[in-house]
Design a protein around this ligand. Structure first.
Ligand SMILES: Cc1ncc(COP(=O)(O)O)c(C=O)c1O
Length: 358
């Protein structure tokens, strides 16, 4: 009861009784007339299956399959998992569960994924900034100074849009420093491209650590909207109060469960290996161009490129029909463009377009 999570959670959430959906209440019987569903499915077309009943209020089989995938190499992973509608929902849930609008603060380390700040500001929670250093590592003194006043510190590793992995020693030092005051969320959306850098195994030792994952990146399932939040049971107790009833649609759970079978995981790993070799080839070729200042080292499925030309290369590539992500709005990322790694032929076309400009 005296966990950090219970001390951080606002009174309003502490008092909440989770919505009692029909599936959560459960029961046993042979006629199910408790959820205002149809008893029979309407067949609207091929493949729409038996979708007339609400899904599980929380799909435990999916959460367990994800934990099994995390254990993978035999590590004894002691934490809980919950499936959510993409990593974005996990970010939003963390902020809504632990931050009091108008009173609490989160901390972010820009340039980083924009949703942490957006979700916080959308409910009047201040996002304090401790910008990354020039090498895109954490500014430890700046973070440590403000840590005790921060409900949640969001770290992203590997980081979007810079592509680098955050030093694990720094994460551990912050988990120690924030043990009594701060939840530290590590967003590992891109972890499959650098699996050895995951901190998920530290949750057992540090109940103030929360890890966010997704099937949108290496698993290639962005359209199904499925992510996971991994945390100690003391944190999960409060997350499960605010989570939407029935967050995961049945077709989503079916596809996600298939992806998390050993065949699916193997496919994902083979694809990731191919992507990484395309990324390394593309980065090496692009770095040779005179218009390129730096291709930053990446542990993700994208590369961040700093051009040395004033002309916006994002617009130039757009004029060639190649849509990338302009990063010039970030103070630290002048002349930078983020390019996702596609097939070898897509990257060859992009490289040729850059050579043409060159
Ligand atoms: C760092 C990071 N976290 C989370 C997300 C969102 O993932 P999801 O598609 O699972 O909501 C993204 C998407 O680009 C991301 O880059």
């Amino acid at each position: 009861m005296n966990s950090l999570a219970s001390r951080l959670v606002p009174k309003t959430v502490e008092k909440l009784i989770p919505y009692q959906s029909a599936r959560r209440i459960g029961g046993s019987g042979h006629l199910w007339l408790n959820a205002n569903e149809l008893e029979k499915s309407c067949q609207y077309g091929a493949g729409d299956g038996e979708y007339h009943r609400y899904p599980d209020f929380l799909p435990h089989d999916l959460a367990n399959a994800y934990l099994e995938y995390c254990r993978g190499t035999g590590d004894a992973l002691r934490c809980e998992a919950v499936a959510v509608r993409g990593a974005d929902e996990a970010i939003d849930l963390m902020i809504r569960t632990f931050c009091q609008p108008g009173a609490d603060k989160i901390m972010i380390c820009p340039p980083t994924y924009a949703m942490y700040e957006f979700c916080a500001e959308s409910i009047a929670v201040e996002a304090v900034k401790a910008p990354l250093l020039e090498d895109f590592q954490l500014d430890m003194p700046a973070i440590t100074r403000q840590l005790a006043d921060t409900k949640i510190l969001f770290l992203c590793s590997p980081n979007n849009p810079t592509g680098n992995v955050v030093e694990q020693a720094d994460i551990i030092a912050l988990l120690e420093a924030g043990k009594e005051t701060t939840l530290i969320v590590v967003d590992e959306a891109y972890i499959e491209f650098a699996p050895e850098t995951s901190v998920v195994n530290l949750i057992e030792q540090y109940p103030n650590l929360v890890v966010i994952r997704t099937l949108s990146k290496a698993f290639g399932l962005a359209a199904i909207r499925c992510g996971f939040l991994l945390a100690d049971s003391s944190v999960m107790e409060y997350i499960s109060r605010l989570i939407a009833p029935y967050p995961i649609a049945d077709p989503v759970a079916e596809i996600a469960l298939r992806a998390l079978e050993s065949d699916g995981i193997q496919k994902m790993r083979t694809q990731s290996d191919e992507l990484i070799s395309t990324r390394e080839w593309f980065a090496e070729e692009v770095q040779k161009l005179a218009i390129v200042d730096t291709v930053y080292v990446s542990a993700t499925n994208f590369v961040l490129i700093r051009f040395n030309d004033e002309e916006c290369m994002y617009n130039y590539l757009l004029s060639k029909g190649i849509v990338t992500r302009n990063q010039a709005h970030e103070p630290a990322l002048a002349n930078c463009v983020r390019i996702s790694i596609g097939s070898k032929s897509s990257m060859l076309e992009t490289l040729n377009a850059l050579k043409e400009y060159n």
